[in-house]
Design a protein around this ligand. Structure first.
Ligand SMILES: [Zn+2]
Length: 426
């Protein structure tokens, strides 16, 4: 039986010292404090946090990092660059790229990813590539398969968008029904957005898989709200609510431009909201009402979305910083709330994960407290100082998957990324 000794560990009641975590078949079977370090255990120094859940990812967007900033650009010109890239990907090149991106996540402390997948290309080969990529990188995946049928409200899909579309809601349902979960993979559903799924198909997607997570891009840009109000006389949130798409299984992604009624609808339904602060900043989306959403009853999660940076610690800190900039007040979220958001595995359909507790998958992330950034930091406030560069050992499902920035199985991650990106960017 494998055991890990943690110099300090983030337990449900707070930070504890000298914690022994015992593992059987990938699950935690005991958590205790010990005075002496037993022989044969793996030692994890610094502060050990629960594994991070990256609740919103589009793996292929990683290829756009640092390449869309020339000449200004807008959300919509960024989207054009993304479409060009989507047009070039094949299942083989996507496997290589996603494997490298998930390895980048692994060394940053991510132990499960919610992949919001819309690049279907007429079948499930791309989804299978993503499943394999996550397995190779040693992280769990939830394939959130997105229905995408329209190029805008009342508009047909055009050009590369045809690769995203199944043609009809029923065809989407039939294809997704063929995807099977496994020990490392769960299947969820997604409404790409109220732009891409017609009103008369929303209920079908929402109700298709009643025991699985349902994600939806929501009100990321004011233009989406205007189009929805013009077409239906409803906000996107109200439209989703009327289609039965807001439940406890739902996670709305972004939720940047919401009315007070929208916030009450989301919170009242206990629907989650996934904030993606680095993407929302990069794409000039705005700062969403995160505190109000949490107070209304929406559990918060975090995602690196387009992967302008893969650093969930930075996303958690940016969540609080956005609140401070928006409101002029500090302490909008406690460090414990921020850690809760970055370990919110329930948002992607793994409710048993996300804590260093008996029964949970053994996902552990040791964060150095002796780096140039973290020396002198109070362990309980490390989320306000540490970055992905401070992540040392990462354990997922009881196995070490990364040490000090190097992937255990895949090795040097920058090399892996370079090999995957070069053919796509030439
Ligand atoms: Zn997204």
């Amino acid at each position: 039986m494998k055991s890990y000794w943690c110099e300090r560990a983030w337990l449900p009641d707070g930070v504890a010292a000298r914690v022994l975590v015992r593992v059987d078949r990938g699950r935690i079977v005991s958590v205790s404090t010990v005075d002496t370090i037993p022989l044969g255990v793996e030692r994890l120094y610094g502060l050990v946090l629960p594994g991070f859940a990256n609740a919103h990812s589009h793996a292929f967007h990683r290829a756009l990092r640092g390449r869309t900033h020339g000449g200004g650009g807008t959300f919509w010109t960024w989207r054009d660059a993304m479409y060009e890239l989507a047009d070039r990907l094949t299942p083989d090149s996507y496997l290589r790229l996603a494997r490298a991106v998930y390895a980048e996540m692994a060394v940053a402390g991510v132990t499960a990813v919610g992949e919001f997948h819309y690049l279907h290309d007429g079948g499930n080969e791309m989804a299978e590539a993503l499943r394999q990529a996550a397995r190779d990188a040693g992280i769990r995946i939830t394939l959130l398969d997105a229905c995408y049928l329209a190029g805008g409200i009342g508009e047909p899909v055009r050009g590369v968008q045809e690769k995203f579309s199944d043609g009809t809601g029923d065809a989407w349902l039939d294809r997704v029904a063929e995807l099977r979960g496994d020990d490392n993979t769960r299947i969820g559903a997604a409404i790409h957005s109220v732009r891409a799924v017609p009103r008369d198909t929303l209920a079908l997607v929402a109700g298709a898989f009643p025991d699985r997570p349902l994600h939806v891009h929501l009100s990321e840009q004011p233009a989406e709200n205007r189009a929805c109000l013009d077409a239906y006389g409803l906000t996107p949130t109200r439209l989703l609510a009327e289609a039965g798409a807001l439940t406890e299984r739902t996670t709305a992604v972004h939720g940047t431009h919401l009315t007070d009624e929208d916030i009450a609808l989301l919170g009242g339904a206990s629907s989650g909201v996934c904030l993606c602060p680095s993407t929302e900043a990069d794409l000039a989306d705005g700062i969403g009402p995160a505190r109000e959403l949490a107070d209304a009853g929406s559990p918060l999660s975090l995602g690196s979305d387009q992967h302008a940076v893969v650093d969930l610690l930075a996303e958690a800190r940016a969540l609080e910083h956005g609140e401070r900039l928006r409101t002029g007040h500090r302490g909008r979220f406690t460090p414990a709330e921020l850690v809760g958001a970055l370990a919110n595995h329930a948002a992607i359909g793994w409710p048993e994960a996300g804590g260093i507790v008996v029964g949970a998958p053994c996902d552990l992330v040791s964060v150095r407290l002796d780096s140039v950034r973290t020396t002198g930091v109070e362990p309980g406030q490390v989320v306000m100082a540490a970055t992905a560069s401070d992540v040392s050992v990462v354990v997922a499902g009881g196995r070490v998957i990364a040490r000090d920035g190097v992937h255990e199985a895949l090795g040097d991650v920058p090399r892996l990324l370079g090999e995957a990106l070069r053919p796509l960017l030439d």
